[in-house]
Write a protein that binds this ligand. Structure first.
Ligand SMILES: [Zn+2]
Length: 505
């Protein structure tokens, strides 16, 4: 039967009714019910996906596992009624709801860090066990739980049938954990970078600003030193070295006496390292002991490498260190340009911005390379001094010491206006759902939000909850999965459908 005029007028009447009806509205009860109806499925997917060891490691040995997981995400999205596909290269999955421009994006990742010592886990790291009200395993918090929460929030939004004012795009990367992020080039090439959005790979309430992140290697090549035979320290660029060691060749008695005198006279500031000297047949060995801390907070640690460099530099003449040798120039650079500063002032890297602590510089590693040395620095700077400027200042500082700079990894600072509709809306929803009146955060760390312009970090860790990303016994409480899904669904409804969430009656 064809649609005659009566049917057209009926349609027009229906449209009139729709236009006269109040705008769509959701309340907390409707959101919570929609999430509760999907929670069991979400938990089942999270358990299954934790069992896929999508580990990021040198040489990408788990690429097949990552692709398998991305395929599982695409299949589940389709089953939930959401168009989804892998982008060329099969390193990124995209789930899309709605069409048009000015897309709202959610960025998550499917890869995980290795489990570490499996014997220290109470539940198998890739077992996906459900116990004590939580899903256990590597990636449950970082970032498979937030991936599941985002996917099911999109499905619930779709099922609600709300007319969207803009498309929603979930982007699932697979090389986040090594800070590589080149998998996301496929998103750029496909023209799929959202206009704005959030990454669900950090914590609530909302992170609107982050310092830049720069890992550099400082290379000092050239002749070996006749006296300073070895100088090493640290275990990771992202940590303050707790210990450092040097060995010196020459008369043990004379070297020992020179070092003891230097230690007695050493001015190491308010928190010096402690030194131990041991004599051996060909010379002496000296170790420095400091205090480990995260590389983003070097002021909380005591850097054993920089203290030992300052001690050796102060006694360089008595120890017979050659100022022209590669180790001699390394020691001079560290002592003169870095010293015990943790804000990079002498290097020209100190910078401040409202809401931020000043720049931090951490020398995390010192290792031998041929007859020379390589020092690795982690530099974090508030917005306003970009990576190119930082590299230029480092290169200039290295010049007198014949040192070279090699950039290992760099991410520009993040800043989204804390008064923007995006930040205010996300913050408002977080506050409404938790009762926590927290303010938006500016941090020294780096989140996945740096990958795209106009992105912030929004969840899914709750303040005060267990933050177990990269730690042993990582687990996600089912109740936190539920709360996260509710908050994401409310955020999608408001930002992509213009539907504010009313308090429950
Ligand atoms: Zn993560």
């Amino acid at each position: 039967m064809s649609c005659k005029s009566w049917c057209k007028s009926a349609l027009a009447a229906a449209l009139l009714l729709l236009a006269a009806a109040p705008a769509w509205a959701l309340d907390r009860a409707a959101i919570d019910a929609a999430v509760a109806a999907r929670l069991a499925d979400a938990v089942a997917d999270l358990r299954a996906w934790v069992r896929i060891p999508s580990i990021t490691a040198e040489g990408d040995p788990h690429r097949a596992d990552k692709t398998a997981l991305l395929r599982a995400v695409v299949a589940r999205a389709k089953a939930l009624g959401l168009p989804a596909r892998l982008l060329p290269g099969e390193q990124v999955a995209v789930v899309e709801l709605g069409r048009g421009g000015h897309a709202l994006g959610i960025l998550v990742h499917a890869d995980v860090v290795p489990a570490g010592d499996a014997a220290r886990w109470t539940h198998a790291p890739f077992g996906g066990e459900l116990a004590d009200g939580a899903v256990w395993g590597r990636g449950s918090q970082d970032d498979k739980g937030p991936l599941v929460a985002s996917l099911y929030a999109m499905a619930a939004l779709n099922d609600a049938g709300l007319p969207l004012t803009r498309p929603v795009r979930l982007i699932v990367g697979s090389s986040e954990e090594n800070m590589d992020w080149r998998d996301l080039d496929a998103v750029r090439q496909a023209g799929l970078v959202p206009a704005e959005g959030w990454t669900a790979d950090a914590a609530f309430p909302v992170i609107y600003a982050e310092k830049s992140y720069l890992d550099v290697a400082l290379l000092f090549d050239g002749p070996a030193d006749p006296a300073l035979r070895a100088f090493t320290g640290g275990t990771a660029v992202n940590a303050v070295p707790e210990s450092a060691a040097a060995s010196l060749a020459g008369d043990p008695k004379a070297l020992g006496a020179a070092l003891q005198a230097a230690i007695a006279a050493y001015d190491g500031g308010p928190q010096p390292a402690t030194f131990t000297v041991t004599r051996n047949p060909g010379g002496v060995a000296i170790t420095a002991r400091g205090k480990a801390a995260h590389g983003a907070r070097p002021q909380a640690g005591i850097n054993a490498v920089t203290h030992l460099a300052r001690l050796l530099y102060g006694a360089r003449t008595a120890l017979g260190i050659d100022a022209a040798s590669a180790p001699g120039r390394t020691v001079a650079f560290i002592a003169e340009r870095l010293g015990i500063e943790t804000d990079g002032a002498t290097l020209g890297l100190r910078h401040t911005a409202p809401g931020f602590e000043p720049s931090t510089v951490n020398l995390g590693l010192l290792v031998p390379v041929g007859s020379g040395l390589r020092a690795q620095l982690n530099v974090r700077v508030p917005p306003g001094l970009d990576l190119a400027a930082q590299q230029a200042r480092l290169t200039e500082a290295l010049l007198p010491y014949q040192g070279r700079l090699a950039v290992v990894e760099g991410k520009e600072a993040l800043w989204v206006d804390p008064d923007s509709p995006l930040v205010r809306t996300l913050l408002g929803i977080y506050r409404q759902f938790t009762g926590d009146q927290a303010e938006p955060l500016a941090i020294g760390g780096t989140t996945y939000a740096k990958a795209f312009p106009n992105f912030v970090a929004f969840g899914m860790g709750f303040p005060g909850g267990p933050m177990l990303a990269h730690a042993e016994n990582e687990h996600l409480r089912v109740d936190d999965l539920r709360r996260g899904m509710s908050i994401y669904l409310a955020a999608l409804a408001q930002l992509a459908a213009g539907v504010p969430v009313a308090p429950s009656p």
